[in-house]
Design a protein around this ligand. Structure first.
Ligand code: IMP
Ligand code: ZN
Length: 364
């Protein structure tokens, strides 16, 4: 019942990694294909794929495997399409999908062509209407298209999709800058921000700082994976940078909480991810409760719906049972996320209208 309710309400997803959101069935299919071609030994990876509880270290091993099976443009396009369809089927009405543009010379793939393959995937979604452009002129025409979007007498579902380009902590300062340059070039094609992610025990904050400063100075919002492992110096430096949002905030100490609350930096909370990777020992001690009580801006997210076998509705159902949230509270939590999306005011306005209509349809 709780889960049904969570599915029925509109939701906003702000922290979802494209390759981490890959469907289980697609991942298995692609791995088998590569096994048949002899590129990988399927029996050696089968247990990694089918395992459900993975430590943070194992999760990053799985990402390496996923990246091995998603190296060509066609596959990138396919998984993008499927991921959007899955979020839309879960009643996600606004999705900020993040991904690390990858260069792969053996496949003739550049960071730009990787991103173009992602855009192709967004365009090829047909089970739902997708609004994906950040450009105001294009927005206007996609909006008028929505008016005619009647199928068998019913208006098709609509999902807004925007992209964040991720900088992987493994890269050099130059490569980080390249990703920011690409994001700036692609602003008219749905790219609305930059993310810093990747294995949190690798790399140095100062390597990424010039690229992140540049993004910020160009008016491109930045979100950072922050405090996934205990690293007070980095957490302080990240908060001093004043990102528009941060993800996780698992290993904060008293002083860092104080600072975060003063600055009112919104937090993207990924409950299942934190528990599965053991960055938080149990939901009883999860910082969601304190931030929620303090009315700190936050949003529930999936992180890697495929890798952690979750969905945004499942995350809301989990929050409801763990922290005692009722239907109205869950709805309001989802609705408040509108304030912290990176898309433009036109999208915010339309989402507010969507939520107002849903509130009345759901008798709230
Ligand atoms: P991609 O950017 O679409 O390839 O999505 C997968 C990538 O997202 C991984 O290789 C990591 O760099 C990043 N990622 C996914 N989950 C996490 C996480 O929990 N912490 C840090 N980085 C992550
Ligand atoms: Zn993440």
């Amino acid at each position: 019942m709780e889960m049904e309710w969570c599915v029925s309400m509109p939701k906003i997803e702000l922290h979802a990694h494209l390759n981490g959101s890959i469907r289980d069935s697609t991942l298995l299919e692609l791995a088998k294909e590569l096994g048949e071609k002899g590129t990988i030994v399927f029996s050696e990876v089968e247990h990694v794929l089918s395992k459900n509880d993975r430590s943070l270290v194992e999760v990053f091993k799985l990402f390496d495997l996923i990246h091995n099976v998603t190296t060509d443009h066609k596959t990138v396009t396919r998984i993008t399409k499927e991921v959007i369809e899955d979020f839309a089927a879960d009643n996600v009405v606004y999705l900020e999908l993040r991904t690390t543009p990858k260069r792969n010379d053996s496949k003739g793939m550049s960071k730009r062509s990787y991103l173009e393959a992602v855009l192709e995937g967004i365009k090829s979604v047909d089970s739902v209407e997708v609004d994906f452009s950040h450009n105001t002129n294009v927005d206007a025409s996609s909006h008028s298209h929505a008016v005619d979007n009647i199928c068998n007498g019913y208006e098709r579902k609509k999902i807004y999709v925007r992209l964040l380009l991720s900088i992987d902590r493994r890269v050099t300062a130059e490569a980080a800058m390249e990703t920011v340059e690409l994001a700036l070039e692609m602003r008219d094609f749905g790219v609305v921000g930059i993310d810093l992610s990747g294995n949190p025990v690798i790399g140095q904050w100062l390597t990424y700082l010039p690229a992140l400063e540049y993004a910020k100075n160009q008016g491109l919002p930045v979100t950072l994976h922050c405090g996934e492992v205990p690293n007070p110096d980095e957490i302080h430096a990240m908060l001093d940078f004043l990102p528009m949002r941060i993800g996780h905030a698992c290993c904060f100490e008293e002083e860092e909480w104080k600072f975060l609350k003063q600055l009112k930096i919104p937090v993207e909370i990924c409950l299942t991810s934190n528990i599965r990777t053991e960055t938080i020992t149990s939901l009883d001690v999860h910082h969601f409760a304190d931030l929620y009580k303090s009315n700190h801006p936050l949003v529930l997210c999936t992180d890697d719906a495929g890798v952690f076998s979750t969905s945004l509705s499942a995350e809301y159902a989990l929050a409801s049972s763990a922290f005692g949230l009722g239907k109205r509270e869950m709805f309001e939590l989802a609705q408040k996320a509108i304030e912290i999306i990176f898309a433009c005011d036109r999208v915010k306005r339309e989402l507010k209208e969507m939520f107002a209509k849903a509130a009345s349809d759901l008798d709230l």
